[in-house]
Write a protein that binds this ligand. Sequence first.
Ligand SMILES: Cc1cc2nc3c(=O)[nH]c(=O)nc-3n(C[C@H](O)[C@H](O)[C@H](O)COP(=O)(O)OP(=O)(O)OC[C@H]3O[C@@H](n4cnc5c(N)ncnc54)[C@H](O)[C@@H]3O)c2cc1C
Length: 366
Amino acid sequence: MDFVVIGAGVNGLAAAERLLQQGASVTVLEQGQVGRESSWAGGGILSPLCPWDYPDEVTRLANRGMALFGDYAAALYVATGIDPEYQRSGMLVLPPVEAESARSWCTARGMALQTVLAADTLPGVSGDALLLPEVAQARNPRLMQALKKQVELLGGRIVEHCAVQGIEASDDRVTALATAAGSFSAERYIVTTGAWSRQVLGKYALHLDIKPVRGQMLLFKFDAPPLPHIVLQDGLYLIPRRDGHLLVGSTLEDVGFDKSTTASARDELLRRALALLPALREMPIVQHWAGLRPASPHNLPTICRHPALENLYLNSGHFRYGVTMSPASTEILLNELNGTPQPFDVTPYRVGWNGLSLNAARAEPA
Ligand SMILES: Cc1cc2nc3c(=O)[nH]c(=O)nc-3n(C[C@H](O)[C@H](O)[C@H](O)COP(=O)(O)OP(=O)(O)OC[C@H]3O[C@@H](n4cnc5c(N)ncnc54)[C@H](O)[C@@H]3O)c2cc1C
């Protein structure tokens, strides 16, 4: 079986990698460079920020991704020699937080949660905080490099600077993809173009509701990690990497496909981060960037075959948690392609084509 995967972010490369592992022939078309969009820009926290704030349909997928990620990252490291720097650094959640509902949510789902003194991690910050010790992280640029190398080692063909401009279909099948570099055909096509999914699908997007939401990040460099855990406070997070790099993020901005950075976002992120970690005052900003999240209602991705085109599949709309969800989301896509059983009810990830609400999805037969 041969495939064309459109879009080389974490979800496109993960699909290509799994398909190659099962003996398929795979071509990946990427409009820019591999893994340089949302999947590069993100923080690599392998968890929803406050999981108790999300519907079960989101956390079920995220939890499955979290459970698969350690082995997935280790296998990539062994195969490619590139370390995605998976580590269980834990995440410290500072007030304001609904501590009681967070506790009961975690207890009901078997997720570890400890109440600790914030000052143990952040001298100068008083009061209690919640520690989620099992939350892990990966380092996005390294993860993307490892995935790219693995796809190449397995014999996948990656074509960069090759934007898909149109989908040609006859009856109920896609017959070819039009690009500036000519036409590409395969037996099956997979769309993993994140925030650009509606544009790529054109009239075949139906009622899909995926749009870009910009997030800006700041990067600092210490000699050693200045924090033992990821720290989260009311949407602001600080992510310490092993080598002393520290990421501060992020904004949520509805500005279309504009990826520019702004002085106001930089100042606001810096002001809030300084209040938690005064040592940042001495540190220059090493880098400031923005990425476009593939936003979807309720943070619910669409992972399934197109309702009208039998050889076209979508895995997109992961919004804030596409890296976390990627191993699970790809597993669901592959099960759909292979006709093998799913790990849980995947109906909620099928309804995006129809623009259905989550409540309507819950009422759909499995
Ligand atoms: C600031 C920020 C922080 C984040 N933090 C986290 C986090 O901590 N944890 C987490 O799990 N997630 C996080 N995310 C979200 C996560 O990064 C995304 O959900 C995920 O990367 C989406 O992956 P993707 O492969 O679907 O999309 P992308 O990585 O955007 O890949 C889509 C690819 O498709 C290509 N493409 C588009 N159109 C075409 C075309 N016409 N032809 C060919 N190729 C095309 C694009 O160039 C791109 O490379 C964050 C995102 C941002 C921006």
